[in-house]
Design a protein around this ligand. Structure first.
Ligand code: ZN
Length: 410
């Protein structure tokens, strides 16, 4: 495929507005493209207007999964963009637009890699399975659907084409923010012949959402002894949970300590009454060492103690739990991806663990031993105004993916 066409496919899917909607249009576009090149593809509806896409070819027992999401985050204030966020725009070797980094470049690169391999007529010892999802940014309901349908059970390894790079200048300005000694980073940057430093992300935290509700009893604020103050009781819980998070001894060898954030707080009805209800929600980035089960057990214990000793009426609800991902850095798959990444991205390609999640967290529910590599052309401008992908890296990733597929299914 000519470079121009590789850029046009990318441009076409950036032009489709998928801000938390309409992924079906991207699925239709890619399905048509795949079919044109003789690759089986079909849509799977997740909700109205929101279809996953599955495409595959090759035969054999070994299955390599390729995945990307088709939704993008909101553009925010359109006027703050230098250029129309849905019209791919090139400047200084970078391609700007919403979803260019996260992650329509990765999605296009995976699809093009598959098409070029199909075109080459080469035979593979196994199957390539492309799984494009909806709704990754919010609920991962697309990934959930694939799990429900059993589509991830046969995967031996998975490439997630989420952004995995950082602009070199930015690393220079913030040296010390990476978990590597400064001299090592400097060497990394000097040896790198491109504009971006990429990392092989082999582990990321899970995410655990919960809500704690405090029930009290309302009364006139001039006679608070007749009521039960739900806010005060919730604050008691809050203080205990903070103590628990800070004092934990559960440190994962790869992902470190959990990262808890209280995200919403709500309580009371009016200025002159003792509040009868209050609640807070939190999101915790979990690790295999300090996982959801342990957190639920420990938060429940705090609540039980407060309810017993202080007569509070607190209740815990677990809203959502996505598993942490931790692949074996010594597995043949991760070693292969590392070796080929160094070659095709023309740089040293260190392994890295990050906090942010991907659809892989949901895929693991259907395939707990799956080896996952997060490797994509995007960078840390994801979700920002004037998001971009480096054009050279985008094109290199296509070659990189092709080689990983060929070598893994040899
Ligand atoms: Zn993403």
């Amino acid at each position: 495929m000519k470079t121009e066409q590789k850029l046009n496919i990318f441009k076409d899917i950036v032009a489709i507005d998928t801000q938390d909607k309409d992924e079906k249009k991207v699925a239709d576009y890619l399905a048509q493209l795949f079919k044109k090149y003789g690759i089986d593809a079909r849509n799977i509806e997740v909700s109205p207007g929101r279809d996953n896409l599955i495409a595959s070819f090759g035969e054999g027992e070994k299955v390599l999964g390729l995945t990307g999401h088709m939704d993008v985050v909101s553009i925010g204030e359109k006027n703050s963009w230098t250029h129309d966020p849905f019209d791919l725009y090139e400047k200084n070797g970078n391609l700007f637009g919403r979803g260019t980094s996260d992650m329509k470049s990765g999605l296009a690169a995976l699809a093009i890699a598959m098409i070029e391999l199909k075109e080459s007529g080469e035979k593979f010892n196994g199957q390539i399975k492309f799984l494009a999802t909806v709704d990754e940014e919010k609920n991962e309901s697309g990934a959930e659907k694939f799990v429900e349908l059993g589509e991830v059970e046969d995967l031996d390894a998975l490439i997630v084409a989420e952004p995995s790079g950082v602009n070199k200048k930015e690393i220079e300005n913030n040296i010390g923010s990476l978990p590597l000694p400064d001299e090592k980073i400097q060497k990394l940057l000097n040896d790198n012949k491109t504009q971006e430093q990429h990392f092989l992300i082999y582990a990321h935290n899970g995410s655990y959402d919960y809500k704690v509700t405090s029930t009290g009893k309302t009364a006139h604020s001039s006679m608070p002894h007749l009521g039960i103050n739900a806010i005060n009781n919730l604050i008691m819980f809050y203080n205990k949970q903070e103590e628990y998070f800070q004092n934990t001894k559960l440190v994962d060898d790869t992902l470190g300590k959990i990262i808890p954030v209280t995200t919403l707080i709500d309580g009371g009805d009016q200025i002159n009454s003792v509040p009868a209800t209050a609640s807070l929600t939190g999101r915790i980035r979990t690790t295999p060492t300090h996982n959801a089960d342990i957190i639920t057990r420990d938060l429940e214990a705090i609540i039980e103690e407060l309810n017993k000793k202080h007569g509070t009426r607190l209740e815990l609800e677990v809203i959502n739990n996505k598993l942490p991902v931790k692949s074996d850095p010594n597995s043949s798959f991760i070693k292969l991806v590392k070796e080929l990444g160094e070659k095709y991205l023309m740089q040293d390609y260190p392994l890295r663990a990050v906090a942010g999640g991907t659809d892989a967290a949901t895929f693991l529910k259907g395939n707990p031993n799956l080896q996952v590599a997060v490797v994509g052309p995007g960078n840390n401008t994801s979700h920002m105004v004037d998001e971009y992908v480096n054009k050279e890296i985008y094109l290199k990733c296509i070659e990189f993916y092709k080689e990983v597929i060929k070598e893994f299914l040899k």
